[in-house]
Structure formats: structure tokens, C-alpha cells
Design a protein around this ligand. Structure first.
Ligand SMILES: Cc1ncc(C[n+]2csc(CCOP(=O)(O)OP(=O)(O)O)c2C)c(N)n1
Length: 340
């Protein structure tokens, strides 16, 4: 069974201002260059452990990253490099983390699947499918109890929509009217299984939203203008006290599920159809059509490569972590006193 055809955006997308569009383009180019380099470094044996690339899915991370404020929280899956960069985390510590170096975001202890930067309110990348949706609810509940205007955005894959925690999280978010935005990145495949072959509805997340009183929203996840518009609406709705939203962004991963997977189980015509809708060349063409000069775009592209080069060298220059860090950052150090 092949994946469903891409949605044609149901939204009347209003083009963002040109400076926003250029920042969206820069973010997507940087994400792509970063992940291509990470893959090269994996082939050289320098990236340790496994990694899951979001190449092809950049317009989702960029659209939401642009719509969020610094005080908002992100929760992501193991496919979380792009979401981490989208929160403004510098490339060098992320690259060093992938390489298991001391200069890594978590001193080299976490690796690709656990990227976290509390300072950037990037509250973690989670490897247990679906489990982080309930944790994200906790962050949103905290924001609400503290009377803040913080919003939590939680990304997950289509496969997570068939996990019980997805339904539990949507239900409580609705009951507690939490400032949450649930974002399903429907890339049509959960590891090696097409989501359509194991799901009773066409849109695995959006079609279930009404069961929890939420509006079903689908968006073209390869169109950065559309993701940005949908993200802005949902984030500001939550910030204004309107409660949770769910957005299903239809997209596609260009490569396999994880680093060692060539992805050959996918029909070639399906892969070609989606490659032709690569979000970055599509957006580049749109910017040119809108009057942006070739020189401006080339400048963004050259700067991106230079940034990735510098991050790679910085990461390579860092030594492996000292064994003494193995017990740090494991416990809060406050025992269970917080429970009383
Ligand atoms: C609870 C649980 N079951 C199974 C796995 C193994 N597993 C890792 S990724 C994955 C596929 C998830 O697909 P999806 O949610 O669509 O996300 P994607 O990888 O496409 O981004 C599975 C089954 C897991 N990590 N956690």
C-alpha cells in the first residue's frame, strides 16, 4: 500500500513578510546542510550511535520555530535535530553531541536521540514513541498553573497516533484546557510500515481530533508559508487562553527511518513524487518569483555551509567526555522532598 497523496493546502495562505520568509529559508537551508554533514560524519564513523534525519521535513520545524516565542516549550521525538536548531541552539554543540564529544549539548552523554537544551526551552527529544505527549502536557499544565503565557508545542510522528498516550494526552489537554499545540508530522511511514495500512482513518491524527473536541487541521508540511501560518494561529490561540490545538502536517522523509536504513521498501514513484515537492527548492522558487534576488539566496546558502563547516571543526576539536561525568545530571539532588 502506498501513502496517500499530499494534501493541497486547505488554508488560504497569506504570504508572510519578506524578512520572515528569508528567515524561514535560512532556517531550512541550515537544517538541511547540518543533517547532510551529520550523515557524512556518520559514514566516516565520527557520529556515534544511531540518528534519524528530518531531511525533507524541514518546513514543519522551521514554520513552528519561527512562530514560537523564546519562552515557549518544545518537545520532540528522536527525529529532533531540526526542532533543536529551530529553537536557536547553536550548531556546534549539537554536532559535538552527535559525535559524543565533551563540547556536546549534553557533554556527549545523550547523542542524537536525546537532544535537550533547557536554556532554549527545548525540553527534550524522546525515543519512546508517543510517551512525550503526556510529559509535554505537564509542561503546559505548569505554565497554566503559574499563570504565564507560555505555550508548549509537541511534535510526534504519524505512528504515535496509534499509541494510547496520544489519546490520553489529547483528552487531558482538552479537559484541562492546556496551552498545547500537538503537531503530527505525518511522513506516511512508521519505520518500515505505511501508516495507512494500520490506521482506520485517512489522517491519523487530525481525523481523531474531534473525538477530543478539537478541530481537525491538516496542512501541507512541505510549504513553509503554510506551516508558519498554521503554527502562528495555533500558538497564539493557545497563548490567548483558547486551549489546545492539533495540526497534522503532511510531509515525507527523503531517506530511510534511521541511519542504517536505505528506505528501499518505499515505492519509487511515491519517493519521486515527494522529492519533486522538496520544501527547500519549492520555497527558493517562490522567493525568486516574489522578487528576492539570486544573490541574497546564494549569500544565505554560502553562510549556511560556512556555519556547518565551523561547527564541524569545533566539534571535531573537542575531546571525548571524561568518565567522571557519568553520574552528573542524573538526579535532581533534592531527593523526594519536592513531593511534600
Ligand atoms: C513505544 C515504542 N514502540 C516502538 C518503538 C520502536 N520505534 C522507533 S521509531 C518507530 C516508528 C515511529 O514512527 P512515527 O511515529 O511515524 O515517527 P517517524 O519515525 O516517522 O518520525 C518505532 C515503531 C519505540 N521507540 N517506542
Amino acid at each position: 500500500m502506498t501513502a496517500t497523496a499530499p494534501v493541497t493546502a486547505p488554508l488560504q495562505v497569506v504570504p508572510p513578510a519578506q524578512d520572515v520568509r528569508l528567515r524561514l529559508y535560512r532556517m531550512m537551508v541550515e537544517m538541511r546542510d547540518f543533517e547532510k554533514r551529520a550523515y557524512d560524519l556518520f559514514l566516516q564513523g565520527l557520529v556515534k550511535g544511531t540518528s534519524h534525519l528530518g531531511i525533507g521535513q524541514e518546513a514543519v520545524a522551521a514554520g513552528f520555530g519561527m512562530a514560537m516565542r523564546p519562552e515557549d516549550f518544545t518537545f520532540a521525538t528522536y527525529r529532533g535535530h531540526n526542532h533543536t536548531l529551530a529553537r536557536g541552539v547553536a550548531m556546534a554543540p549539537v554536532m559535538a553531541e552527535l559525535m559524543g564529544r565533551q563540547a556536546g549539548l549534553m557533554a556527549g552523554k545523550g547523542g542524537s536521540m536525546h537532544l535537550t537544551s533547557v536554556a532554549h526551552r527545548m525540553m527534550g527529544s524522546y525515543a519512546i514513541v508517543g510517551a512525550h505527549l503526556t510529559v509535554a502536557n505537564g509542561a503546559a499544565w505548569s505554565s497554566k498553573l503559574r499563570g504565564t503565557s507560555e505555550v508548549t508545542v509537541c511534535f510526534f510522528g504519524d505512528g504515535a497516533s496509534n499509541i494510547g498516550a496520544f489519546h490520553e494526552a489529547l483528552n487531558l489537554a482538552a479537559v484541562w484546557h492546556l496551552p498545547m499545540v500537538f503537531v503530527c508530522e505525518n511522513n506516511h511511514w512508521m519505520e518500515y510500515t505505511p501508516i495507512a495500512s494500520v490506521t482506520a482513518v485517512a489522517h491519523p491524527a487530525a481525523d481523531r481530533a474531534p473525538a477530543y473536541g478539537l478541530t481537525p487541521v491538516t496542512v501541507d508540511g512541505n510549504d513553509a508559508d503554510a506551516t508558519y501560518e498554521a503554527a502562528t494561529a495555533a500558538v497564539e490561540h493557545a497563548r490567548a487562553g483558547g486551549g489546545p490545538s492539533l495540526i497534522e502536517a503532511e510531509t515525507y522523509r527523503h531517506g530511510g527511518h534511521s541511519r542504517a536504513d536505505p528506505g528501499t521498501y518505499r515505492p519509487n514513484d511515491e519517493v519521486q513524487e515527494w522529492l519533486a515537492r522538496d520544501p527547500i527548492p519549492l520555497y527558493r522558487g517562490r522567493l525568486i518569483a516574489a522578487g528576492v534576488s539570486e544573490a541574497v539566496l546564494v549569500g544565505i546558502e554560502q553562510t549556511s555551509i560556512a556555519t556547518v563547516d565551523a561547527a564541524t571543526e569545533e566539534a571535531k576539536a573537542s575531546p571525548p567526555p571524561d568518565l567522571s561525568i557519568i553520574e552528573s545530571d542524573v538526579f535532581t539532588g533534592e531527593g523526594s522532598s519536592w513531593r511534600r
